[in-house]
Design a protein around this ligand. Structure first.
Ligand SMILES: Nc1nc2c(ncn2[C@@H]2O[C@H](COP(=O)(O)OP(=O)(O)OP(=O)(O)O)[C@@H](O)[C@H]2O)c(=O)[nH]1
Ligand SMILES: [Mg+2]
Length: 254
């Protein structure tokens, strides 16, 4: 069993991408299991095999501890780690080739509290990777691009997993995508764009961050995708296969 953790900012397309990865692997003859780790979600675009909502109930938490929506969401996310034995048993019963893990909407509750990293480290699977979603609709400027890349790098540090970086919703940013792809492959053009749109402190901060991020190699292999049109999915699958199968397995991309 190989696990793919789908992470990203709220509304970046995690759940929809999870359903697209499920479709892709299923079409290629693999057995896929879906694990939902978002205790707060109401509707999902796929059927869960294992669901944290069977173990953690936001409404009961609100009532029992007299918490508001934010407090109960924090508590629900913290409780994920305490349910690892039950969730592991259920996942092992399903025993898929690929386990797709859809993570909570608020990335800070999953990646920056103890529970998410604990769950990732202790879930027992053969290989693990994360896919980090850079929300295309948030990348409106070069400085925003750098700030989301900083978040992606910070999440990678927290989770300690190999990470595939994708930009989602490229169908919504057709006029911008050429620039974004240039920025992701050519640091000089990104610095130029930062210089055009900012000066003083913002410029210094953004360019210095960029240099550090670039040393970490964040921009190599940033994959543009659309969950709406399917564009870029082949490249994402190839990147996942390189990490999870170490190039052993050739998928049928036809
Ligand atoms: N046009 C377009 N819409 C998208 C794409 N990906 C996701 N969406 C839409 O964006 C919204 C959020 O998608 P979700 O898959 O629920 O995103 P999420 O990251 O799981 O959201 P939370 O779990 O609530 O943080 C939905 O309305 C999706 O239909 C995309 O590539 N293109
Ligand atoms: Mg979701």
């Amino acid at each position: 069993m190989k696990a793919i953790f789908v992470v990203g900012t709220a509304g970046s397309g995690k759940s929809l991408l999870a359903s697209k990865i499920l479709d892709y692997y299923t079409r290629n003859g693999h057995f896929v299991g879906m694990l939902n780790l978002d205790p707060g979600v109401e509707n999902l675009p796929y059927t869960c095999d294992v669901d944290v909502r069977d173990h953690v109930d936001i409404v009961s938490i609100m009532k029992q501890y007299d918490l508001g929506p934010n407090g109960s969401m924090i508590m629900a996310n913290d409780l994920i780690a305490s349910k690892i034995d039950e969730l592991q048993r259920e996942v092992d019963d399903v025993n898929p080739d690929y386990l797709i893990v859809d993570t909570p909407g608020q990335i800070e509750l999953f990646a920056y509290r103890a529970s998410g990293p604990f769950f990732i480290q202790n879930l027992n699977t053969e290989q693990k990777t994360s896919v980090f979603l850079h929300d295309g609709s948030l990348i409106t400027t070069a400085v925003n691009f750098v700030s989301i890349a900083l978040l992606a790098t910070s999440v990678k540090l927290r989770l300690g997993l190999p990470q595939v970086n994708v930009i989602t919703k490229i169908d919504l940013i057709e006029d911008k995508i050429k620039d974004v792809l240039k920025w992701s492959t050519n640091v000089a053009s990104l610095e130029e764009a930062i210089a055009k749109e900012s000066d003083g402190e913002s410029y210094t901060l953004a360019t210095n961050l960029l240099r550090s991020l670039n040393l970490g190699g964040f921009a190599q292999g940033l994959i543009p995708i659309s969950n709406a049109t399917g564009d870029g999915m082949i490249n994402l699958q190839a990147a996942l296969s390189r990490i999870l199968n170490m190039g052993e397995e050739m998928e049928d991309y036809g």
